[in-house]
Design a protein around this ligand. Structure first.
Ligand SMILES: Nc1ncnc2c1ncn2[C@@H]1O[C@H](COP(=O)(O)OP(=O)(O)OP(=O)(O)O)[C@@H](O)[C@H]1O
Ligand SMILES: Nc1ncnc2c1ncn2[C@@H]1O[C@H](COP(=O)(O)OP(=O)(O)OP(=O)(O)O)[C@@H](O)[C@H]1O
Ligand SMILES: [Mg+2]
Ligand SMILES: [Mg+2]
Lengths: 248, 248
């Protein structure tokens, strides 16, 4: 089972949007996927709330994590956010043993992929995401402050690798919200490729308001409008994750 | 002295961009302004780092908060971020008495405005921002998830008002990153005005990549390109804050 935490301490760079589309895309390609919404804000849970999410579809009599999992659509399952009623406070203890158990149970349950949506800022929940998964996917906006955030995030990964061996491995950096009309995006992508080479996904996620619209309807773009720019971009990305890059 | 915390737990909605432009705009209109970067990420500090920020310009022999303040430009002063070396951990204690003292010292020092850039997520630093200021300005992106964040933020303000009387008063909601080509922005603005009436600023901040460019050059848009769309939008906003709305 592959497990990836979608993380970046910078806010609004497309972590949630990337997490739900990577998860749904993998499910559409035939894998059993568990999407875990680790953000008390519950944005991922909200963004897919109209996709036939069925409370009753949790296995009756299910125990452990399976009592909490809900089938979203096909082979995409969701562990919803704990919600803002359990807002992160300095006293919220996240049980590391519970996380390890969670991951083991999912693997036993036949899950092939675990995708975790992390909150911005490396707090308890953010670190839980790194501990829960082996890999980390960092979405980066094609903008200045996001670049700054990336170097810091990479240092965080080194810390995670040291503290939790077998965790915090960089799956890659995905450039998001690319505004094709603007040269700054080109410069940033070029910069990233020079510094991180093949660690930068070839797929670029272009700005597309349909992604925002889809979220407001509680559906991923694959359900909302399969052939728009945003859908094609995320489809390319899922294909690249599954099959690797097409060119050298 | 008026004091305002620019806050919203949703990431990437333009808190930092709004904080630096409100602060610089007020300074350009003749007020003495202290901008406090309460986000350990230090995005506000970075975004104005090339504006003649002078380490030596801190008053020599200055004590207390004045030893930490740096003159940025004209009457705009900055209390820089504590930086990611002091990243927020569950054990970071923010001294409430220190915050009250900070605010009192600034007022004694002749400051007319205090603008605080808060991090996303209501953590220690976020709450410190609410305690430090009397008012709160909530930037809201013209998008679905941002709307969800707003209702939650308003509940947070009620909590703040109850816990810290004289604090957490809503100055207003500023709609940011408006993509004029897209109908969803119109619907969101309409929705907001229906629900919050005059609490929604009339000024709308349109999407303008020049704002991103300016940040990458370490300057506000007023220094970088005074007559572009983003500059005119933030100028309108500053004028509205100072003079109130032009229509009923
Ligand atoms: N490619 C895109 N084009 C246009 N809008 C986008 C795109 N990707 C994401 N968005 C929108 O930008 C906003 C922020 O995206 P998202 O919530 O995925 O970021 P995030 O990093 O998860 O934010 P947070 O730090 O608050 O968790 C959302 O309203 C989302 O719909
Ligand atoms: N009106 C705008 N048009 C285009 N880009 C914008 C606009 N306002 C802000 N941005 C850009 O969007 C990104 C996010 O903005 P900003 O950093 O101000 O948000 P934030 O709410 O402070 O984020 P965080 O939650 O990480 O603190 C930045 O790269 C910024 O330059
Ligand atoms: Mg998110
Ligand atoms: Mg910010």
């Amino acid at each position: 089972m592959r497990s990836v935490a979608v993380a970046n301490q910078k806010g609004g760079v497309g972590k949630t949007t990337t997490a739900i589309h990577l998860a749904h895309g993998l499910a559409l390609s035939g894998r059993r996927v568990a999407l875990i919404d680790l953000d008390p804000q519950g944005n991922a849970t909200l963004a897919i709330q109209s996709m036939g999410l069925d409370e009753a579809a949790g296995e009756s009599g299910a125990e452990g994590v399976f009592a909490l999992l809900r089938r979203v659509s096909g082979e995409l399952w969701l562990l919803p956010s704990s919600g803002s009623s359990r807002n992160l406070g300095p006293d919220t203890k996240l049980d590391t043993r519970g996380l390890v158990r969670l991951s083991a149970e999912l693997e036993k349950g036949g899950f092939e992929w675990l995708v975790v949506d992390c909150p911005p800022r490396m707090d308890h929940w953010g670190w839980a995401g790194l501990q829960l998964c082996q890999e980390v996917l960092i979405p980066v906006q094609a903008e200045f402050l996001a670049m700054q955030g990336l170097s810091q995030m990479l240092r965080t990964l080194e810390q995670a690798q040291a503290q939790f061996p077998g965790h915090g491995e960089l799956m890659g950096v995905l450039v998001t919200m690319v505004d094709q009309r603007h040269p700054i995006a080109r410069d940033v992508v070029q910069d990233l490729r020079q510094n991180l080479g093949p660690k930068v996904f070839e797929s670029l996620i272009f700005r597309d308001m349909q992604l925002v619209e889809a979220a407001s309807h509680g559906k991923t773009i694959f359900e909302y409008n399969l052939f728009c720019k945003g859908a094609l971009a995320y489809a390319d990305f899922v294909r690249e994750v599954v099959h690797g890059r097409t060119s050298t």
